[in-house]
Design a protein around this ligand. Structure first.
Ligand code: C2E
Ligand code: CA
Ligand code: CA
Length: 664
């Protein structure tokens, strides 16, 4: 700033002062000369005045110079202050902008955890106004209890308070004034040269939600929303561990399978089936305690874990209560549907190490419950385990046997009752086990059916039967066209592809389709009748004949035979074995069956004829064909032709046993 006294001095600048000094000296000289004449002292005085004037000039000049410098320095300083202020302002703006727009709720936290500054996101999330929040609340007040305890412990263990939390991240739940819970990830960072820090709260609610959904899907069944097998196995594993720690801890497992669920699916449709599964799950769930775990293993199979039981009877009681609850019908789309279930129970769980083994054994018990009739509870015991083990062993053996072609067909003749001539053979399978010798079908067909091995096995049997029949076909020594009958399990009958397979085999063997007969039991038509009827019809369209095997042992409704596209009825041997009995009931039934079958244009074959008496009675009833030890046991393929030749010789005589060496 310019000082006021400097201005006149400036005006009297250097030359000005000199001129004034010189003028004053000249004026003095003039006055002095005019008064006193020229005196040397006057000249001296003039010189002094000029000198003083010069000195003043120099002095003024130097004052002026330093003044200017001062002024310049002043201006520089002022400029610097202005610049610095602007810089600071912009820097503050910058940090404020960053603080506001971190993308997360952010606060400045003081050493005592109090909030001293909060961005608007935090204010919104917390639901508080700045004056209610700043310096009044700590940030810990906004997070869930468990996380708070964890964080407080960390803070105190380290004795460094807030500083102990720096550089860490905490996954917490944030609860603001509106009580809305949000998942947040809290990160704390120190502010240099201060005791406080910055805390950011990243909202990860959606992420966590997605995570929860994914893990729910991985561990739950989407239809019933029950735990799935994976989660159930975890619960079981924990129960096993608990059982090892606490001697008095007991748990039990029930394996449930809805009886005849397929019927609902097939008759009412899959979405009704789904509705039933949901309602079933709901009903079972409501019969359990909070602590029990119900899971769906897939299809119509469920499993229950009963935890912390006082005694084994308690589990039994629960199972009975559940069974009772299933006696009430379910209402599906206005229709009442009954869904009983078979239960397999495992009470002695103490010795188990593996959750899988528990499920396996409960499943084995359930399987036996089903075998004993539906809607039952079966307890697992070691015997069942042994049986299951043997079955598993047999499955393995059977698989190997199929690969190694250890099966072979024997053939039992079917004879015309009137003359005893052989019209065809029934192929009956035998397993030639390298150690156990010849095993009859009764000992392995069920296992083959249950394991699905019946499909490759039947393929082998049909192939061999067709090849053998081809060998007999139009042989000069027989002259006859011998048919071959093959047994097809009901379960197999409904497998897609059976028709194509059979046709292919016939083509490969070059056997006319009319010589092949498929024997199936009535049950094939009961389970899924529409489809079975269509399939039988298509087989017949190709010339293959269909026989109903074991007639009289199953659901045997003579009326419904009418609807079936079949050619032959085989009366079960249980009727034949009772033919000789005095009571006429059995005879009347057999007679009625034969006469009705004829009315329906069916050919009748009587099975298991062992005596001439049985033969005679059946002949009297008009039965067409017979099969049984009376004529011949099953024989090996190579014996077939000699048997046929022998029977041909009998054409005109009353039939009598043909017996050749038995093949099985
Ligand atoms: P099935 O179809 O009723 O076959 C007749 C069974 O009765 C045969 O027993 C046969 O040896 C036996 N048998 C024949 N005549 C008499 C008799 O006069 N008295 C008595 N008591 N029994 C007689 P096998 O060969 O042990 O077969 C038993 C069952 O195993 C068959 O009953 C059939 O259901 C099944 N089976 C046999 N072979 C096959 C096959 O290749 N595939 C399928 N799926 N099942 C087969
Ligand atoms: Ca048969
Ligand atoms: Ca039979």
């Amino acid at each position: 700033m310019e000082a006021s006294f400097v201005r006149p001095v400036k005006i009297l600048d250097r030359i000005g002062l000199l001129i004034i000094g010189a003028a004053a000296a000249l004026f003095y000289l003039y006055m002095d000369t005019s008064l006193r004449g020229i005196q040397p002292s006057s000249l001296l005085t003039v010189a002094v005045i000029v000198f003083i004037s010069a000195c003043t000039q120099i002095l003024v000049h130097s004052v002026h110079t330093s003044n200017r410098k001062l002024q310049e320095a002043n201006q520089t300083l002022e400029r610097k202050v202005r610049e610095r202020t602007a810089e600071l302002r912009s820097s503050e703006m910058k940090y404020r902008t960053i603080f506001e727009n971190t993308g997360a709720a952010t606060i400045i936290v003081e050493e005592d955890m109090r909030i001293s500054l909060a961005n608007s996101r935090f204010l919104t999330m917390s639901g508080y106004r700045p004056r209610e929040l700043l310096q009044r609340k700590t940030w810990l007040e906004f997070i869930d209890d468990a996380s708070r305890r964890r964080i407080e412990e960390l803070g105190t263990i380290g004795e460094a308070g807030l500083a102990a939390l720096f550089g860490r991240q905490f996954s917490c739940q944030f609860c603001g004034r509106d009580q809305n819970i949000r998942d947040v990830l809290v990160t704390l960072a120190p502010i240099p040269e201060s005791r406080g820090g910055v805390a950011t709260f990243a909202d990860v609610t959606e992420l966590k939600e997605a995570e929860r959904r994914i893990s729910f899907q991985a561990f739950h069944d989407s239809l019933t929303r029950l735990p799935n097998r994976a989660l159930f196995l975890e619960h079981l594993a924990m129960a096993i561990k608990r059982g090892k720690r606490k001697a008095d801890y007991r748990f039990a497992v029930i394996y449930l399978d809805i009886d005849r669920f397929k019927l609902v699916n097939d008759s009412l449709g899959h979405s009704a089936g789904d509705e039933l599964l949901i309602a079933f799950a709901e009903r079972i769930r409501s019969g359990l305690r909070e602590t029990d775990v119900l899971a769906r293993l897939g299809g119509d199979e469920f499993v229950v874990l009963l935890e912390d039981l006082d005694c084994p009877e308690a589990a039994q009681e629960i199972a009975e209560r559940l069974q009772a609850s299933l006696r009430e019908p379910f209402v599906l789309r206005g229709r009442e549907v009954f869904a009983a279930a078979s239960f397999g129970m495992l009470l002695e769980t103490a010795g188990y190490e593996q959750p899988d083994a528990i499920i396996r054994d409960a499943d084995a018990a359930m399987y036996h419950a089903k075998e004993r009739g539906r809607g039952r509870i079966q307890l697992f015991d070691r015997g069942l385990h042994e049986k299951a083990r043997l079955q598993l062993q047999q499955e393995t053996d059977l698989r190997k046997a199929i690969d190694r072609s250890q099966f072979c067909n024997v053939y039992q003749p079917i004879v015309r009752l009137k003359c005893g001539s052989i019209v065809g053979f029934e192929a009956l399978v035998r397993w030639h086990h390298p150690e156990r010798g010849t095993i009859p079908p009764s000992q392995f067909i069920t296992t083959a059916e249950e394991t699905g091995l019946i499909l490759p096995l039947t393929r082998l049997i049909v192939e061999q039967a067709c090849r053998d029949a081809r060998d007999w076909y139009r042989r000069p020594e027989t002259g006859a066209e011998l048919s071959v009958s093959v047994n097809i399990s009901s379960r197999h009958f409904l497998q897609p592809g059976l028709l194509d397979e059979v046709l292919e085999t016939l083509a490969e063997a070059e056997l006319p389709a009319t010589l092949l007969r498929l024997e199936i039991t009535e049950s094939a038509f009961l389970e899924d009748s529409e489809e079975a009827v269509r399939l039988a019809q298509r087989l017949r369209d190709h010339g293959i004949r269909i026989a109903i095997d074991d007639f009289g042992t199953g659901y045997s409704s003579l009326g419904y035979l009418q609807r079936l596209p079949i050619d032959i009825l085989k009366i079960d041997r249980s009727f034949i074995s009772r033919l000789h009995l005095a009571s006429g009931d059995n005879r009347n039934i057999v007679e009625a069956i034969i006469s009705l079958a004829h009315k329906l244009n069916l050919t009748v074959v009587a099975e298991g004829i062992e005596t001439p008496e049985q033969h005679r009675i059946l002949l009297d009833f008009g039965c067409d064909f017979g099969q049984g030890y009376y004529y011949s046991p099953p024989v090996a393929a190579k014996e077939v032709l000699s048997l046929v030749c022998a029977s041909g010789l009998l054409d005109d005589e009353p039939p009598r046993p043909l017996a050749v060496a038995s093949a099985g």
